[in-house]
Design a protein around this ligand. Structure first.
Ligand code: ACO
Length: 352
């Protein structure tokens, strides 16, 4: 097994408004994405329909966020049930039976139960009887946190086949009378199956970070805390906006450097889909042409931990990734957290 190299990169490499710590970690046993899938609930909620619920307008939502419509889970849908649809699609692409999975990790902050984990319910529904299962909650950065965690199990030689899912039902934690938040979010799920490989393509590097001193910038209280409810999302929009633009830029640059690459080597950036204005400002700050930034927030709104795997799935379906392309996933959200991962895109490993 090749020795793992750790390349620490501090934020003093790049000057930023926020002083953020973070280490770029180089990976030496590779995790290759061999399957992908998504699930979006059928119900579409348009901006015009929101105009009838709160004092807002299609023009305001489009100009401030770029969101045109979002999906809303049916009454009988949950984070785990949506995740199972996405996971089945990913397993089909991977050509893998559920019993071959060693681990299921679910990234969600809207699970139907406090425990057991959403991943435990997904494992059971899939029949992934040989898999361990647990959840990760890093809000909208959760999918990359989960993927980086899965990569560690692969790098350590512990597991070979891992399902990573992001699934959210934010419609259940929104105050539908609060126009500051209810226009921004949507429901959905995305999944990938990753497989161990001793050689690239695969995951090359990642960056994870968090600034807990700003936990109150965006949060949802829960039933085990001091707040008696209702349990609605609360957010300081402009503060999260500034943070997001800075941190997308910082984390992307750190992860690209840790992978031993230049920004010019990156063919596609798949950011957390929160707001088109955030993504355009971040692309400009990074120095990446907008054509290299995948955007689908217009159709789904902010689906939190599900947004990156849904976007990845659509980027693949649209033929935006070729073999050996370098791809950056980058997320930000409650915590305040951030995460980025560089992946060399490639086919299924030949032997395992
Ligand atoms: N319709 C009409 N007017 C509205 C609406 C709405 N839906 N929402 C807010 N406004 C009003 C405000 O009340 C305010 O009015 P006022 O000036 O009379 O007080 C005005 O519009 C401007 O409000 P701002 O908050 O300054 O608007 P801004 O341009 O910052 O856009 C937005 C708001 C879209 C929320 C933006 O700040 C943003 O996208 N922030 C990031 C949010 C985000 O990404 N959150 C997710 C993080 S990830 C996670 O972990 C969940």
């Amino acid at each position: 097994m090749p020795q793992r190299r750790l390349i620490p990169i501090t934020c003093s490499d790049i000057l930023f408004e926020y002083k953020l710590s973070g280490k770029g970690i180089y990976l030496a046993r590779y995790a290759r994405i061999i399957g992908w899938g998504k699930y979006l609930p059928q119900k579409v909620l348009t901006n015009q329909e929101l105009e009838r619920l709160v004092n807002t307008s299609d023009a305001w939502i489009m100009s401030r966020t770029g969101i045109r419509e979002r999906r809303i889970a049916a009454d009988d849908e949950t984070a785990s049930s949506m995740a199972v649809h996405a996971a089945r699609a990913a397993l089909k692409v991977a050509g893998l039976e559920p019993h071959c999975l060693d681990l299921v990790i679910a990234a969600t902050c809207t699970p139907e139960l406090i425990f057991p984990a959403c991943a435990a319910l997904i494992q059971n529904s899939l029949g992934a009887k040989n898999a361990a299962a647990f959840d990760i909650n890093a809000a909208c950065s959760g999918f990359i946190y989960a993927l980086a965690t899965a990569c560690q199990f692969i790098a350590a030689g512990a597991y070979n086949n891992i399902l990573v899912v992001g699934s959210e039902v934010y419609s259940r934690i929104l105050n539908w009378k609060n126009r500051n938040t209810c226009v921004l979010f949507g429901d959905g799920a995305g999944a990938v199956v990753i497989q161990a490989s001793d050689a690239p393509p695969g995951s090359l590097s990642f960056v994870l970070g968090n600034d807990g001193s700003r936990a109150n910038s965006i949060y949802t209280p829960g039933p085990c805390g001091l707040n008696k409810g209702p349990y609605y999302i609360t957010m300081n929009g402009p503060e999260v906006f500034k943070f997001a633009v800075n941190v997308i830029c910082l984390a992307t640059k750190q992860a690209v450097k840790a992978a031993g690459l230049e920004l010019s080597d990156i063919e596609l950036l798949i950011p957390h889909q929160a707001n088109t204005r955030i993504l355009k400002s971040a692309a400009k700050a990074i120095g990446l042409p907008l054509e290299k930034v995948f955007i689908n927030v217009d159709r789904y709104g902010n689906t939190s931990a599900a947004s990156i795997p849904i976007a990845l799935c659509e980027a693949i379906e649209e033929g935006r990734l070729k073999e050996h392309d370098h791809l950056v996933l980058v997320g930000f959200g409650g915590g305040l957290s951030w995460a980025a991962m560089v992946i060399e895109w490639g086919p299924r490993p030949k032997k395992l």
